[in-house]
Ligand binder design. Sequence first.
Ligand SMILES: Cc1ncc(C[n+]2csc(CCOP(=O)(O)OP(=O)(O)O)c2C)c(N)n1
Length: 635
Amino acid sequence: MEPEPAPSILQRIQSPADLKQLSAAQLSQLAAEIRQELVQTIAQTGGHLSPNLGVVELTIALHRVFDSPRDALVWDTGHQTYVHKLLTGRQSGFSTLRQPGGLSGYPSRQESAHDLVENSHASTSLSYALGIAEARLRKGQPGQVVAVIGDGALTGGMAYEALNQIAHLQPPNLTIVINDNGRSYAPTVGGLARHLAQLQVDPRYENLKEEISRRLRDLPLVGARADQAAFRVKESLKQLLQPSTVFDSLGLKYTGPVDGHDIQALESMLRRARGLRTPVVVHVVTDKGHGYSPAVEDEIDKLHGVGSFDPLTGRQHTTELTYTDVLGEALLAAATRKPEVVAITAAMASSTGLLPFAQEFPERFFDVGIGEQHAVTFAAGLALAGLRPVVCVYSTFLQRAFDQVLLDVGLHKLPVVFVLDRAGVTGPDGPSHHGVFDLSYLRLVPNLKIAAPADATELCALLETALASDGPVAIRYPKGTAPATPDLPVEPLPIGRWEEVRTGEDVCILAIGRMVGVAEEAARRLESRGLSCGVINARWIKPMDPRLVGEWARRYPALVTAEDNVRTGGFGSAVLEQLTAAGLGGKVRAVLALPDDFLSHGRQADILAAHGLDADGLAEAVAKAVQPARRGVRA
Ligand SMILES: Cc1ncc(C[n+]2csc(CCOP(=O)(O)OP(=O)(O)O)c2C)c(N)n1
């Protein structure tokens, strides 16, 4: 007879309170069950694999020592909250993770009282936590506040700004847990990462501190000579106790490092920190991907963020050529010809396609950590001194650096190239990851030229154009598969020049980026309904082609704009501004764009379709927009 499988402990955990009765053996079984659940589910849904595998024991310990939601847990970035979700009553919905209508891949206030903030952009936890801690103190509210921040997120400027104020305010109800796995996606770089690594190899620090404190307490203080001796010993011991971590130097208590996969050790350190009534930094050392060898052994990013994959091998299912791959190859080719080209990433080398560049030109490649603001002004400095920096960043993360783009680059007219990956609707990562605001916030930067390629060849040509330009240029392109492999070599494109890719008589769709292909398909469908529809690839959002006013707005009876950006201040707005100034604003019958809202997570194509930005939606909207002017369109 087969032995009965051991009853699942995970299934019995409906809330953190259920964790508190478990024995050490049961806790380690629970950790194993959680890892299995993570691998099986993420293999189907995709998501943040190794960050969650790494915090299984830490999350269990935190929920045993602290009493969420009375004690506030703030997870930095929020990509590592799957285990927290499993332990806070969301097991039954876990298979819907990142699926349309399902659980979010980040904390979600709608989902649970245990989720306090909806983050996903890194380095905000200490600021949120300090605010909550301070407000609770002022209102006399009980409960600790715990921020869990990775060594990667700790490279972001906001984290330092918050640490500075924490050291000033010294809130007694705040604990800072550093989840140090030595990596962002790639190994974390920089002075702070080096410092944390040194603290790991020198765990004597903590023991030494305790030993010295004990001896100070035990010193006999009898007689004058003994007093003098004691005084001298105390003074020299004080020297030894001089701050030796960056946190001590700021005036914050530091404790650790502790093995982040040893639940008992974690618990005892967290309990001590909790009892200290002063802000404490608890340094926890974890292993990214712990317990799943394909993640641990992955050289590139430990399977940080994955699509669906085979749980046995860790191999991911998609192998298609993406815009990211195309940019990576194009930049490498350009850099081979132009020695002044350098590339900058804010901790996202693999996901912005920079690995080939980093490998070929390590001395021309800069990973600045999760510091988008710094990345932009650093690029400005490089450009001031004669290099040609290319800042490779997700559209959503450049939001962080708006002022730096505006003043440090824009005001100085510096030839910095911004390549904005994941522009438009991204999909399963949800509201904070859609790159749907970039046209609006970049359009208002004087001197900045903005382009969106309609295909892979155009992306390569626009990169050439940008590198040949004497001022700043931003190129935005979507997440996902490029429609075709690029047709190389390419020549720079004339700046501000659009292309009429299809002529028509009744109406013309002015489309940007990925919407060009959608508009062409819509035009074909409209033709079969008796409507002659032109399509213009408006590849420059700024500056716009003067033929808009001089030719197309006069030739076409009606115009419709299409973009995967929010309507507010986007491409359609730009067209309206231009045409209104020329007395031709009435020609624009519809601005097809995304709403003035945060879009939830879901499949990219579904979200676009839900907002009328697929071929059917465009065709419908165009037909409706021109109907009064042109009767006889077949429904
Ligand atoms: C402002 C910002 N830039 C970039 C990212 C992309 N990103 C998500 S997780 C991550 C690495 C975080 O490293 P760490 O905080 O150490 O957490 P780990 O995944 O290693 O546990 C990065 C760069 C982000 N979320 N926010």
